[in-house]
Structure formats: C-alpha cells, structure tokens
Design a protein around this ligand. Structure first.
Ligand code: ASP
Ligand code: MG
Length: 447
C-alpha cells in the first residue's frame, strides 16, 4: 500500500469525546492515516491496575468499575449510535467485573492482562464510532488477531515474523476501503490468552504495526507539541525540537524523556520509518520529526532526567587480575531479570545503576538479589539518585565536552559518570534533591 501512516493516540488524546473528536479530525485531514492505534482513555489503565491487584475489597472493586464506566459512557452519550455502543461497552464491563471478582479470590497474572486489556478495547470501540460520526468509513479491529506474543504476562514479547505474516493475511487488505481502529498495548499468546506489552506499550504496538504493514510514517499523537530540549516543567527555557535523529531520540526515550515508550524506535529504525510526535490538542503547531537523516547535528540536543535510580556497588578483592567475576555478577542479575543501565568499574569494584519504574514503591534490588550477590562480594545499595543524560552528536569525539558540562554545575557531587560508549549520550548521577536544578543550570549553559 502506498502512502500509509499509522497514527497512534495516547490516553489524554482519547480521554473524552471532545479529545476524540479532535483526533478524528486529524485522521480526516490526512488521507494517508489508514490505521489508528489507541491507548485506553486517560486514567482507565490506572484503575484497571488497581482492580487487578489481589487485595481489593468488593466495595472498592465496584467503585473502580463505576469510575471506568463513567469515563467511557461520558464519551458514548455523544454518539448517534449511543444505544449500540453502550451495549458494547457494557459487555466489556460485564466481562471485567467477572475477571475482577475471580482475581479477588485468587491473583492470577494471566487474568491481570485480560483485565488491563479492557481499557484499550473500550477506547477503540468508541473511537471507531467517533470516526464514523464525522463521515469516515472505519472498522474496529481486534489487534490480538495479529499481535502474537509469548506468555510473559505483563511484559509479553511480540513474535515479529508472525505479526508480519498475520498482517499480510488478515489486515493489509482491510486498509484499502476503511480506516482501521485498533488497540495498542495488547496481544495474544499461543494459548489464546490476552497479553500486554508493559505500561506505555501502545507506542511500541503502533511502531510494530508500522513495520509489519510497511508504513511510510508513524505519527505519535500525545499532549505535548513534540520532544523538548528538556522537561518544560523543569525550566521554562525548554523548547520543542523540530527534527532529531533516530540515535538521539532513542537515547532520550531510554534515558528518561517520558514522551515515547523506549522500545518504540526499534522497529522504526529497523525499517527506516520516520516518526512524528505532536500534540492532538494543537496539531497546527507541528511537532518533532524523528528520522535517520537530519539537517543539523548539533553537539548538544537535549537533556533527559530520570529519577529514582538505584546504584549498586559490588566489591571483591578476588576481582584483582581475575577473570569471570563480571560474568558471575551479571548472571545473578539476569536470573532476577534485572536490567542494568549504567556501569563503571575500577580495580576491584563495579558500580551499576538500575531504574526503578516510576511510582513503584519497592526497590527492584530485593533482599534475595543482595543475598545472592553477597556470596560473591561485598554489596552496597544507594538510593536517592537521579540520572542526567546529555544527548547530542559526536559526544565521544568532540573536545571539551566534559568541561562544557561540568563547568556549569560547579559544586554538585557527581556520583558516577558514563561516557564514551555512545556517540549520542553522556550520562551521570547526581543526588535526587539537586537534580532539577542541575538540569536547569545545564540547560542554561548548553542551549
Ligand atoms: N494504556 C496503557 C498504559 O497506560 C498502554 C499505553 O497507554 O501505552 O500503560
Ligand atoms: Mg504513552
């Protein structure tokens, strides 16, 4: 198919009827938009996450379901097809109620994913009808028909070859006459059970569909007018970036810029599909274009900040002139499915950082992990640190980079520095309480 755009709308873009209508007009104004991928309406996934927990009373359960129902029926009440759509929403909610009561009796990871999937199911039913209401021929499509995954509930891995084959067989030809509206975030495993790809995973779903359908463009519509030089909540000096390379944007997404799910750019880069990020509230303001070749490659492009980092230092005299110590450390981490972000080493010690997912109350580094590492070496764990990532170009081969960076933040205690592995990234750890002011000063100095 020629000139095909996959358009993804995030939770705030499909939060209510007015928001959905704005998105529908974006689809209407550009005929290349043939596939729409939606997140759950804003707030719904959070309610579902709570609903899927084990210790929810039946009273709270009823309250959560009622909150979700209010959000969704507030949208459907504006639709001409109201009666029919309400029926569809109520059917999903009835299934949800059943799942939630089963979950209250016995927690089950597979049911959790079935619960979480309800948000995307409902928003896609509603959005498809909103498109119809403004005269666009559209069709609801259950993405589970094509998004085949393994059974790792909560962070399922997509079988990309199967996805491609399924799209060719079941989806490709539907695009010719209609705009397809489907779900982000969810998939189905070989047992026929619903799976999810991890929080924020709709961006990634959209990118995978773009790759599988050979799209010319992926448009990620959110509530900000593109990617900024840094978080505008930290400094009013932050400004939107019109154009950025895949390499830089991937580092940004990985190192804290919350705007894209970190995996989103992988399929786009693999298939060289340009990605646009813009605001569905103000589409006329444009956004950020992410692509392979960009007109300018400035040394400094942006600063990302990631809070709640855990620093683990492992130390062992046995490491001196020895081989295999790191392999042992990493095999323990791998066993516990911990992913290391930064690493530095000295003669007999190694420092590693881990990201605590936002809002998590528990440290990823559990007692079990520490105990196991302690059989090998001394272990210390520090919290209260933030990771600052300076993103740009040729950072590893440009003179004076570290002076430009550190001169501006004078007396901050820099706990760890990582530089040299990537051309696009210079990272360091600072105390959390100083992190915002570090970013503010750096931004002032570098931009
Ligand atoms: N609705 C899911 C979440 O809130 C997936 C997404 O929006 O990307 O995490
Ligand atoms: Mg998102």
């Amino acid at each position: 198919m020629t000139n095909l755009t996959i358009a993804k709308f995030g939770g705030t873009s499909v939060a209510d009827h007015q928001a959905m209508l704005r998105c529908a007009n974006i689809i209407k104004n550009d005929h290349s938009n043939r596939v729409v991928v939606v997140s759950a309406s804003s707030g719904v996934t959070n309610y579902l996450v709570r609903l899927a927990q084990a210790n929810v009373s039946s009273q709270e359960q009823a309250q959560l379901i009622s909150n979700i129902k209010t959000i969704q029926l507030n949208i459907s009440q504006h639709l001409e097809n109201k009666a029919e759509i309400n029926d569809e929403i109520l059917t999903v909610l009835a299934g949800l109620t059943q799942l939630a009561s089963a979950q209250a009796q016995q927690y089950n990871a597979q049911k959790t994913d079935a619960i979480l999937a309800c948000g995307e199911q409902m928003s896609s039913i509603l959005f498809s009808d909103v498109l119809t209401s403004i005269g666009i021929a559209s069709e609801y499509f259950d993405v589970r028909e094509v998004m085949q995954t393994n059974s790792l509930y909560g962070k399922a891995v997509v079988d990309i070859e199967a996805l491609k084959a399924n799209c060719a067989a079941n989806l490709q030809e539907k695009l010719i006459n209609k705009v397809i509206v489907t779900q982000g975030f969810i998939g189905r495993d070989g047992l026929g059970h619903t799976t999810t790809l991890g929080r924020g995973g709709s961006d990634y779903s959209a990118a995978l569909l773009a790759e599988a359908l050979n799209a010319d463009k992926l448009a990620i519509w959110t509530d900000v007018v593109g990617i900024f030089t840094t978080d505008p909540r930290i400094t009013a000096q932050a400004r939107a970036i019109p154009e950025i390379s895949f390499g830089e944007a991937a580092e940004m997404a990985t190192f804290g810029a919350k705007i894209l799910h970190p995996a989103t750019l992988i399929p786009a880069m693999r298939h060289n599909i340009p990605v646009f990020v813009g605001s569905s509230k103000e589409p006329e303001k444009g956004g950020t274009q992410i692509q392979q070749q960009v007109a300018s490659n400035p040394t400094f492009r942006s600063i990302a900040l990631r809070k709640e980092q855990t620093l683990v230092t492992v130390k062992s005299p046995a490491m001196l002139h020895a081989s295999g110590f790191l392999a042992q450390v990493f095999s323990i981490l791998a066993k516990h499915e911990l992913s290391v972000d930064l690493i530095t080493t000295s003669e007999i010690s190694v420092a590693l950082t881990f990201d605590n997912p936002a809002g998590s109350t528990q440290s990823l580094i559990t007692n079990a992990v520490v105990k196991e590492l302690e059989q090998l070496c001394e272990v210390s764990v520090e919290h209260g640190l933030s990771l600052v990532a300076v993103i740009g170009n040729n950072l590893h081969t440009t003179k004076g980079i570290s002076r430009s960076i550190f001169d501006s933040i004078g007396d901050v205690n820099v706990r760890m520095i990582c530089h040299g592995a990537s051309a696009n990234n210079f990272c360091f750890l600072v105390p959390e309480i100083e992190a915002n002011s570090v970013v503010e000063q750096l931004h002032e100095a570098l931009f």
